[in-house]
Design a protein around this ligand. Sequence first.
Ligand SMILES: *[C@@H]1O[C@H](CO)[C@@H](O)[C@H](O)[C@H]1NC(C)=O
Ligand SMILES: *[C@@H]1O[C@H](CO)[C@@H](O)[C@H](O)[C@H]1NC(C)=O
Ligand SMILES: *[C@@H]1O[C@H](CO)[C@@H](O)[C@H](O)[C@H]1NC(C)=O
Ligand SMILES: *[C@@H]1O[C@H](CO)[C@@H](O)[C@H](O)[C@H]1NC(C)=O
Ligand SMILES: *[C@@H]1O[C@H](CO)[C@@H](O)[C@H](O)[C@H]1NC(C)=O
Length: 340
Amino acid sequence: MSSTLSSILASALLVSGFAEAASLNSGRSSGPYFARDNDSTCAATSNWPGWSKVKYAFIFGDSYTQTGFETTGTQPTPTNPLGNPTYPGYTSSNGPNWVDYLTVEYNASKILTYNLAYGGATMNSTLVAPYEPTVSSIADQVVNEWLPTYASKPSTAPWSSDNTLFAIFDGINDIGNSYYNGVAATTTLNAQIFANFHDLVNKLYNAGARNFAFLNVPPVDRSPGTLVYNADAQAMEKADIAAWSTSLTNMTKTLKKEKPDANFFYVDANALFTEVLDKPSSFPQTALYKNTTGYCVDYENCGIPVNEYFWLNTLHPTYPMHEVLAEGVAKVLKTGPNIC
Ligand SMILES: *[C@@H]1O[C@H](CO)[C@@H](O)[C@H](O)[C@H]1NC(C)=O
Ligand SMILES: *[C@@H]1O[C@H](CO)[C@@H](O)[C@H](O)[C@H]1NC(C)=O
Ligand SMILES: *[C@@H]1O[C@H](CO)[C@@H](O)[C@H](O)[C@H]1NC(C)=O
Ligand SMILES: *[C@@H]1O[C@H](CO)[C@@H](O)[C@H](O)[C@H]1NC(C)=O
Ligand SMILES: *[C@@H]1O[C@H](CO)[C@@H](O)[C@H](O)[C@H]1NC(C)=O
C-alpha cells in the first residue's frame, strides 16, 4: 500500500507553477453553470441496457477516481465487485470515492467494476508531464492496460457491448499542470489533448465499447492549492476549466455524430462541486461540511472533524463530496444518454 498511497499523497501535494507567494483571495467565484445533467432526453440505442442492467464498468481517471486496483490482482466478482484492493481501496477522499459509491450504493444492479485510474494521471504524459514519470496516464490505462487485459473479453471479465459502461474522468492534472502558461498555450495544448482523447475513445469503440460516461473538471480553482495564489491565477485556472468543459462537450457531440450506435453520458461534475461549495446543505450527504476553503493540516485537532472539511488537502475533497458525485453520475445514467 505504501507506494500507491504515497503516490496519492504526492499527487495531492502537486500544485502548479506559480512560485510567487500571493495574497489569499477570500472572494468566491460562482463556478460556471452548465445545463442540468438531466435536461436532455436523447433516445438510447440498443447498446444501452438501462442503468439497472449494466453488468460491467471500466473506469479511467486520476487520483479523484483511483482505488488502487491492479489488473494482475484479484478480479471483481459478485461478492467482491471491485476486486482488489480491499474496499474502499486507496482513495484520495479519506473514505470511499465516487467509483466505490457508484458500484455498491448508487448501483441499480450488481456491477463488476475494473478501475484503472491512477493518481496524478494526465491524458497523455507526453502532452502534459505528470508529477512523476511512473504515473499511468489515461492513454496508458487504455492502451497498455485495458486493451491487452480486457479487450478480448476474458473469462474474468466477459463483458459485451450492450452491458458495459466506460467512464473517463480526466483533466484535473492536465489543467493543474498547464493553466498558468496562459490562454494561447492552453488553447493549443487542449486541442492536442482532445485529439488524443478522441483517438483513445476510438480505440475503445473499435474494441466494442458503446456506452461512455465523461465527467468534466470540478472547480479546483477553488481548492486550497489554488487559493494560495492570487486572483489572476485562480481566474486563469477557472477559465481553462471552462474551456475544458466546452471541448469535452464538443468532442462528445462529434463522437455521437460519428458513432450513432453508441451512447454518451455527460456528467457535469463541475456543477455538482460548485453547488456543494456554494451551499453544502444542497445535498444531505454534504450538509455536515463546515469549511469549504481550507483543510486541516494534520487531519486532526482542527476544532472540527476532518470530514466536516470539504477539502482533505490542497486538491482532494473528502468522501461526502464523492457520494454526491456518485449519486449525480447514477442520476445521469438512470435518466439516459444526454448527448444526441
Ligand atoms: C432534473 O433535475 C432536477 C434537479 O435535481 C429535478 O428537480 C428534476 O425533477 C429532474 N427532472 C427529471 C426529468 O428527472
Ligand atoms: C448494488 O451492489 C451491491 C454490492 O455488489 C449489491 O449487494 C446490491 O445488491 C446491488 N444493488 C442492486 C439493486 O442490485
Ligand atoms: C501520446 O501523445 C504522443 C504525442 O502526441 C503520441 O505520439 C502518442 O501516440 C500518444 N499515446 C497514445 C497512446 O495515444
Ligand atoms: C469541435 O470538434 C471538431 C471535431 O473534432 C473540431 O474540428 C472543432 O474545432 C471543435 N470546436 C471547438 C470549438 O472546439
Ligand atoms: C477553514 O479551515 C482552515 C484550516 O483549518 C482555517 O484556517 C480557516 O480559518 C477555516 N475557515 C473557516 C471559514 O472556518
